[in-house]
Design a protein around this ligand. Sequence first.
Ligand SMILES: [Zn+2]
Length: 255
Amino acid sequence: MPAQTSLFRCLKDNYGVLLHDPETGATASIDAPEAAPVEAALKAKGWKLTDLLVTHHHADHTDGIPALKQKYGCRVVAPAEVSRKYAFVDETVCEGDKVKVGNLVGNVIDTPGHTAGHISYWFHDDSLAFVGDTLFSIGCGRVIEGTPEMMWTSLKKLRDLPDSTEIYCGHEYTLANIKFAQTIEPANAALKARAAEAADEVAKRRPTIPTMIGEEKKANPFLRADIPEVAAGIGMGGRPAAEVFAEIRARKNRF
Ligand SMILES: [Zn+2]
């Protein structure tokens, strides 16, 4: 049976998301910005929390974990940067590891850059990827602990996932990201279409998430740093893609 998801808002602009296996009843929360919205989402669906999959150590992704673990006794799976910082982790994982939520099987992908040990979870059979603060719709996370080169390598790994992969990210930043992206590729038709679609979703108070890898590849400038026209468009024709990416990221930081 296919996996089910439930997406909901937390804090100011974070997303929480639940992943549910209808066959076994197992339910995972991907990160936990705060406990109350996770509990409310569980209650609304009639699901019970069995697992908590953590992407990185930032407080707006982990603050809700202690209360949820205490209430549900759920297993906490996380990268080493989280186990080093907090005692609540049961299982430390890295690239190459598989994580099961009931009968759903996820692959761990190392996606450092935003933090040094950030990971993503890819559920191949269900075409779902939970990418934390690495990739956003038409954007990417700030490079806080890693280098731009590291982040570019991480983004390429996510870009290599099948086009039909649904991407769940940690924040609703899409409209602001689109505004910036249009300064990099003002003539990109896919980006224009996405701008109209996202504006409509936000006006209807609907999330712009999940997005799809195939769509992001056409419109997200941070996944397009190795396209000659994109490099040329910002005066960096012929330069290595990691440098082009670093320049686009630097411009976004100043935007
Ligand atoms: Zn973060």
